[in-house]
Design a protein around this ligand. Structure first.
Ligand SMILES: C[S@@+](CC[C@H](N)C(=O)[O-])C[C@H]1O[C@@H](n2cnc3c(N)ncnc32)[C@H](O)[C@@H]1O
Length: 312
């Protein structure tokens, strides 16, 4: 119901009550973000001006957006974007909403690529350093990595191959790449993990593949049911796709190449065991996020170059 006397504070308060009842885990934040979106301001503007009146048109739109959120639709799909690594990434039902924990992978990839380009500067005209973003979804990882490299004047030396099994997700990734002015540094490939011919191989492979165990899928929050199942379901223990990607790394990675894989917080030991089993002699270091949870696996050929004979 549209309240003719609605102020920012009263609309946020009433919406937060409704969103609490509908099971949102962050009702006030959701209400503030949705109202800010309708008003065309940022959330700080909503917080700073509680007594500001809200006109009937904006109230009606806010009402419609709150109703969508009550039905469980994620705020990022209603607003149409999500902030990721300081960028606005367009989001809709074609792909997973990028998550803050994935910024750890982006930071690692940016540091890795920067270190390589600094150690071996490329003369102009030299082939670009090749990076893969496997399961690119919205393109968030590839775009955030390239955007960070652009601020260091390094993006021109890098080409990212962004793959996905979902043609719809690749369309969204392309739109995001164009929106951020980075499409000329990316190639989009519809593929199961990686395209078969990799020449030259990749210096860095990034992958945030589905890693939710199938049995967990049904227990997940209602919001996740709005996101593509192919973006989440990782098989019985969640690592089916990660294991398949590990099998491809000997051919896909350059001799000194490295892969960064996002994993679930309970999968650190599993992924170390998978690397040791599938890639004898290779290294796998698991890095924790700011909450201390293991979230990122760094896989490389190890000091002995990944030869089984060199294992202790
Ligand atoms: C967890 S989402 C990550 C999306 C994006 N990289 C991000 O971090 O926000 C996983 C992505 O992998 C894709 N995917 C699933 N199976 C795949 C496969 N066999 N080969 C390539 N991509 C796959 C899904 O379509 C989805 O876009």
């Amino acid at each position: 119901m549209v309240d003719a006397s609605g102020t920012v504070a009263s609309l946020v308060r009433d919406a937060a009550v409704r969103l609490t009842a509908s099971g949102s885990g962050s009702p006030r934040l959701d209400a503030e973000l949705l109202l800010a979106h309708v008003l065309g301001i940022d959330r700080m503007g909503v917080i700073a001006h509680p007594e500001a009146p809200v006109g009937p048109g904006a109230q009606a739109q806010f009402e419609a957006d709150v109703a969508r959120r009550e039905a469980g639709e994620p705020v990022a799909y209603i607003r149409g974007f999500r902030e990721f690594h300081g960028l606005a990434i367009t989001t809709d039902a074609r792909a997973l909403i990028p998550r803050p924990e994935t910024e750890l992978l982006v930071d690692a990839a940016v540091a890795e690529v920067s270190m390589r380009l600094t150690a071996s500067p490329r003369p102009s005209g030299a082939p670009a350093l090749r990076v893969a973003d496997v399961g690119t979804g919205s393109g968030a990882i590839a775009i955030a990595v390239l955007a960070a490299l652009r601020t260091r004047r390094m993006a021109e030396h890098v080409m990212v191959v962004a793959t996905d099994v979902s043609a719809a997700a690749l369309d969204l990734a392309r739109e995001n790449a164009v929106g951020h002015g980075l499409a000329d540094r990316m190639v989009f490939v519809e593929a199961d993990l990686l395209p078969p011919v990799v020449d030259p191989p990749y210096a860095v492979v990034c992958a945030n593949l589905p890693y939710v165990a199938t049995a967990q899928m049904e227990l997940l929050a209602r919001d996740l049911s709005f996101e593509p199942r192919t973006a989440l379901d990782g098989g019985p223990d969640g690592l089916d796709l990660v294991r398949r990607l590990l099998d491809l790394l000997p051919d896909a990675l350059a001799p000194d190449g490295v892969a960064y894989l996002e994993i679930g917080a309970d999968q650190g030991a599993l992924v170390v065991a998978a690397v040791s089993h599938q890639l004898p002699g290779w290294g796998c270091a698991v890095q924790a996020d700011l909450a201390g949870l293991p979230r990122l696996a760094r896989v490389d050929r190890g000091p002995a170059g990944g030869t089984e004979a060199a294992r202790p």
